[in-house]
Design a protein. Sequence first.
Length: 55
Amino acid sequence: MPIVRNVPVARALLAGARVGQPIPPALYAAVAEVLAFVYRVRGRLPQHLAEVRSR
């Protein structure tokens, strides 16, 4: 997995997110950015998203 430096996203996640807790709405975009990157690097979508896309 490549390492990407995104200081604002990292700081927002460290300041406002807690492991095992719901993602605060203010951090949805930051978490979506991280997940989108991971899915692109893996070259595939998670199964539940692939199913939605094929409809």
